[in-house]
Design a protein around this ligand. Structure first.
Ligand SMILES: Nc1ncnc2c1ncn2[C@@H]1O[C@H](COP(=O)(O)OP(=O)(O)O)[C@@H](O)[C@H]1O
Ligand SMILES: [Mg+2]
Length: 430
């Protein structure tokens, strides 16, 4: 059954208390059939939101949007012909997600929303959260670097965190598909660019903060401030029982804990924490530790390799406990998780040495990866790493390719195919 189209007045009501509405002109009770911030995507009946982006300023495209059939404009500067209903707001970029959320029926209010931020471990932690929540019968959508997963469907991910309108549309699709939770990676870019405006989270997870993305954020403090937004943003809203999970072994953990407006569960291996891993045993085939948690103490066995995954597991266990999982359910689900694609993934092609493909693309990740390998190796480690992109120049090895021989064979920054081919070539040479 087709519902009545939403009106501009109803959309603008979503901004209340979040983005100041400075002026309104024309018949703002007009129906809105679509919403976009891209003038090329305007169809008849669209609301065009003029946003100053990183590269282009949407305020310069209002005329084009109107020609393409826009019926109303929201902007943060006076623009346009004065013929259309027009709403002037203090911050149109922040307004975009809120308008999008309302347009799509506020999907984040209908999902258990879990946001994971930090320099490293986001993808892994979101995969683990999804698996653990599915272990207690939830149907979970996933948004992150590897793809956007809605039930059986996986859409390619142009960004780790999609743009504000795409994000709201994705969440709406999750609701429509009958999912009950969404786990998403929330990048610092997304936070700094207000892409998650209009999302109300139930749980936010902080994994760690090390150097990355300084091309964009300029300083570590600015980068940290962006990440903090996920936690500060937990204040207010309509949801009850919110929680933050914070890695207390990270030097920034205490700062987040102190500033967080909702209850915090810290997790750690070294520091005092609500969820603490003890007696950690690492091997090349997996990891075992005893978890002391608000839900009791239990032994976790996982096929994930490396100490960094103990942190990822602790964060995800916290999320599952908060959602009502029992220790037994957590242990059962954890034991079944194979590796996350491309994260310490073993490549077996009949060779008599170990080949691992990993995604360590920051200095800290590479260090942790090699430390894990160093602890677990029985022979030499050969690291093959290169890098793509023109991002942060403080990242080890970025900008050139190299081979590093440290002591088990390692292929970093390579795909599984290449590893298999190399093994085949080795065999041909033998
Ligand atoms: N908790 C962690 N702390 C530090 N490094 C990690 C952690 N988890 C994973 N890594 C390293 O970072 C790489 C990327 O992990 P991933 O889960 O994809 O993180 P992200 O999504 O934040 O980039 C992994 O391949 C591993 O080398
Ligand atoms: Mg990621």
């Amino acid at each position: 059954m087709a519902r009545d189209p939403i009106t501009l007045t109803q959309l603008v009501a979503a901004l209340r208390g979040q983005v100041e509405v400075l002026e309104q002109h024309g018949d703002v009770s007009c129906p809105v059939h679509a919403i976009t911030d891209d003038s090329r995507a305007v169809v008849a009946g669209s609301l065009f939101v003029a946003v100053k982006g990183e590269r282009v300023d949407g305020h310069g495209f209002v005329e084009q949007a109107i020609k393409a059939g826009a019926v109303a404009v929201v902007a943060q500067a006076s623009v346009g012909s004065g013929l259309l209903p027009f709403v002037l707001v203090a911050n149109s970029r922040k307004a975009l997600g809120l308008l999008g959320s309302r347009f799509h029926g506020d999907p984040s209010a209908r999902l258990k929303m879990i946001g994971v931020t930090g320099t490293n471990g986001k993808t892994t932690t979101t995969y683990l959260c999804k698996a653990l929540l599915e272990g207690i019968g939830r149907r979970v959508g996933l948004i992150g670097t590897v793809g956007y997963q809605i039930g059986q469907e996986t859409l390619p991910a142009p960004h780790t965190t999609p743009g504000a309108l795409d994000l709201q549309a994705l969440l709406a699709k999750m609701v429509e598909t009958g999912l009950t939770a969404a786990v998403m990676e929330v990048s610092s870019h997304a936070l700094a660019l207000d892409r998650t405006s209009g999302c109300e989270y139930d749980v936010a997870v902080f994994t760690n903060l090390t150097q990355d993305h300084l091309d964009f954020h300029h300083t570590m403090d600015e980068y940290f401030e962006a990440k903090m937004q996920l936690f500060v943003g937990l204040a207010g809203g309509k949801k009850a029982g919110k929680l933050a999970l914070v890695n207390m072994d990270d030097p920034r953990g205490a700062t987040i804990r102190a500033a967080c407006p909702v209850p915090v569960w810290g997790y750690a291996i070294q520091s005092q924490a609500d969820l603490k891993a003890e007696r950690v045993r690492l091997s090349l085939t997996g990891t075992t530790f005893s978890a002391a948690t608000p839900g009791g103490s239990f032994t976790v066995e996982s096929r994930l390799v490396g100490e960094h995954n103990v942190y990822n597991l602790l964060g995800a266990i916290g999320v599952a406990l908060h959602d009502g999982a029992t220790p037994d359910q957590i242990c059962e689900a954890t034991a079944h998780i194979a590796n996350v694609p491309g994260r310490f993934e073993l490549v077996s092609s009949g060779q008599d040495f170990t080949v691992v493909v990993d995604y360590a693309h920051t200095e800290d990740a590479l260090l942790r990866l090699l430390t894990a390998a160093q602890t677990l190796k029985t022979g030499r480690i050969i690291t093959v790493f290169g890098c793509g992109g023109d991002r942060d120049r403080g990242i080890a090895g970025k900008g050139h390719e190299d081979y590093q021989i440290i002591g088990t064979k390692k292929f970093h920054f390579d795909d599984r195919e290449a590893a298999r081919e190399a093994i085949q070539q080795l065999r041909n040479c033998a």
